[in-house]
Design a protein around this ligand. Structure first.
Ligand code: AMP
Length: 468
C-alpha cells in the first residue's frame, strides 16, 4: 500500500551547462514553496548518474560544497517534495534513480497517478519488487519493461498506461526528457540559459538563475533534449487541457507565470471579483499572510477600503512546522501569525484568505483578531468552498475533513466565529481566471465542483457527482 496518495512537489531540470547541479540547487531553492519535506538532485557526467537526496529543506540537504563536486556533469534534474505525515520517508525522496538493462535513468515527478496502485498490484503479482511507496516508482518499473526502440517511444508507451497528473523530468546518461500529462494539471515551463535548456515547475526558478523563459511545455507534450538539441513529441494524440485552478489560488508563487498568466494578477482579480460579489461596509481590509495578500490588495482596490497589514507572519516557521504536544497545541497559529493591535482595534475588519480547508486555522485567527479588539470581522475567501479532495497532486484532506463538504456557509461562519463569511463563486473564479484560449477557463476545479476530469478506479461513475 502507498503511505499517502497525495503529494505536492516541484521539479527542475537542466541540460548542457557546466554548472548543472549548482543551478539545479538554485532552481529548487526557488521552488521550495512546492515542497519542504525532502529534496534531491541527480546529475549526469555523460557516462554515469550520481544522486544526492535527503529529508529537509534544500538549504539543509545541500549544505556543503563537497556535494556539488560529486554531482559533476553538464546535466541534472531535481525535486522538492511535500507529503503529510505517513508518506514522509527517506525511501520516497526523489528523483528516483535506477539501473536497468539499458543503463541508468532518474525521474522527478510532480502530480499524482490515479491508477498507480492498480498497476503496482499487477506488477507485484508478476514478480516486481518495489523499493518505495511512491506512485512514481510504477513509471520506472514500466519503463524497464517497455520494448520500443527509442527512449521517447518507451516513455510514450509507458505513459499510455498511467493516468492522472504528471509533470515529469527524466534524466539518462545522455538525455533529458520533460513531459506533461494530456490534461496539463500541473505546470511545467521551458527556458534557456547560456545555450543550455532548462525546465521547471514554475518560471520563478528561471528568474533566480537568470534563464530566459521560452514557453510552457504544452499539455500532452514530451520534449527530448540531447546534444543534438530539442525535439518535441505528442505521444497522446489530442490533448484535453484542464490545468489546476488551485495553482492560481494558492499553490504557485505569485511571481510565477502559470498557464500563461502571472499568478499575482490572477489572485488580485479573484480579490476584485470577491469585492463585487460580497461587498461590506468596513474600515480596513487585511490579508492572512502570505496566501491572502494579492487577493486582499484586489479586494481593497475594488472596494475602496484601505489595505493594511493586520497580521504579521513569522517567516522562519516553514509549512513543515511540527505541531507541539497536545498540551500546547493551540499555540500553532500564534507561532506563525500575530495581530497588529493598532490596525485592528475598534475597527470593522475584512479578513481575506485564499481558502478554508478544515476551518481550524481560520477559527484560531478570527479569535486572535477578535482578541486584538476588532469590532466586526467579515471573512472573505478568494475561492469557492473546497468540498472535494484533490487526486491530482494537491494535498487535501479526505472529504470528511473538508469543512465545506458537510457544512453550509452559515454553519462555517458560526464555526469560525466571524460576523459574516463570503466565498468567491465558481463563475466569478472562472471569469477572473480567464485562462487564455479557454473562454472562461477550461481548468480542473474538482476540489470545488466534484467534477473529476480524469476518472479513477475508486470513483467510477460516481465521480461526476462527487459521491465517494
Ligand atoms: P484550514 O482551514 O485550517 O485547514 O487551513 C486553511 C489554510 O490552509 C489557508 O490559509 C490556505 O492558505 C492553506 N492551504 C490551502 N490549501 C493548502 C494545501 N494544500 N496545503 C497547505 N496549506 C493549504
Amino acid at each position: 500500500m502507498f503511505d499517502k496518495l497525495h503529494e505536492e512537489c516541484g521539479v527542475f531540470g537542466i541540460f548542457g551547462h557546466p554548472e548543472a547541479s549548482n543551478l539545479s540547487y538554485l532552481g529548487l531553492y526557488a521552488l521550495q514553496h512546492r515542497g519542504q519535506e525532502s529534496c534531491g538532485i541527480v546529475a549526469s557526467d555523460g557516462t554515469r548518474l550520481r544522486a544526492h537526496r535527503g529529508m529537509g529543506l534544500v538549504a539543509d540537504v545541500f549544505k556543503d560544497e563537497e556535494i556539488f563536486n560529486r554531482l559533476s556533469g553538464r546535466s541534472a534534474i531535481g525535486h522538492v517534495r511535500y507529503s503529510t505525515a505517513g508518506g514522509s520517508d527517506i525511501k520516497n525522496v526523489q528523483p528516483i534513480m535506477v539501473d536497468y538493462l539499458r543503463g541508468s535513468i532518474a525521474v522527478a515527478h510532480n502530480g499524482n497517478l490515479v491508477n498507480a496502485q492498480e498497476i503496482r498490484n499487477e506488477l507485484e503479482l508478476a514478480g516486481s519488487i518495489f523499493s518505495t511507496t511512491s506512485d512514481t516508482e510504477v513509471i520506472v518499473h514500466l519503463l524497464a519493461r517497455a520494448q520500443a526502440d527509442s527512449l521517447p517511444d518507451r516513455i510514450g508507451q509507458v505513459l499510455q498506461d498511467v493516468r492522472g497528473a504528471y509533470s515529469l523530468v527524466f534524466l539518462t546518461e545522455t538525455r533529458m526528457v520533460a513531459v506533461r500529462d494530456p490534461n496539463g494539471f500541473r505546470p511545467l515551463v521551458l527556458g534557456r540559459l547560456d545555450g543550455a535548456y532548462v525546465v521547471a515547475s514554475e518560471s520563478c526558478a528561471f528568474d533566480l538563475i537568470e534563464a530566459e523563459f521560452i514557453r510552457e511545455i504544452e499539455p500532452g507534450e514530451m520534449v527530448l533534449i540531447d546534444k543534438e538539441g530539442m525535439k518535441s513529441y505528442q505521444p497522446f494524440g489530442k490533448a484535453n487541457p484542464t490545468p489546476c485552478i488551485f495553482e492560481h489560488i494558492y499553490f504557485a508563487r505569485p511571481d510565477s507565470v502559470v498557464f500563461g498568466r502571472q499568478v499575482y494578477g490572477v489572485r488580485k482579480e479573484f480579490g476584485r471579483m470577491l469585492a463585487r460579489e460580497h461587498a461590506v461596509d468596513a474600515d480596513v481590509v487585511i490579508p492572512i499572510p502570505d496566501s491572502g495578500v494579492p487577493a486582499a490588495i484586489g479586494y481593497a482596490e475594488e472596494s475602496g477600503i484601505p489595505f493594511q497589514l493586520g497580521l504579521i507572519r513569522n517567516h522562519y516557521v516553514g509549512r513543515t512546522f511540527i505541531e507541539p504536544q497536545q498540551s500546547i497545541r493551540h499555540f500553532g497559529v500564534k507561532i506563525k501569525l500575530n495581530p497588529v493591535r493598532e490596525v485592528i482595534e475598534g475597527k470593522r475588519v475584512v479578513v481575506i484568505d485564499d481558502s478554508i480547508v478544515r476551518g481550524t486555522t481560520a477559527r484560531k485567527i478570527i479569535k486572535m483578531i477578535r482578541a486584538a479588539g476588532a469590532k466586526e470581522i467579515h471573512v472573505r475567501i478568494s475561492s469557492p468552498p473546497t468540498s472535494f479532495p484533490c487526486y491530482y497532486g494537491i494535498d487535501t484532506p479526505t472529504r470528511k475533513e473538508l469543512i465545506s463538504s458537510s457544512h453550509t456557509i452559515e454553519e462555517i461562519n458560526r464555526y469560525i466565529t466571524s460576523d459574516t463569511l463570503g466565498y468567491l463563486s465558481r463563475e466569478g473564479m472562472r471569469e477572473a481566471a480567464g485562462l487564455p484560449g479557454s473562454k472562461g477557463g477550461h481548468f480542473c476545479d474538482a476540489c470545488f465542483s466534484g467534477f473529476y476530469p480524469v476518472k479513477f478506479p475508486r470513483l467510477k461513475a460516481d465521480s461526476q457527482l462527487g459521491l465517494f
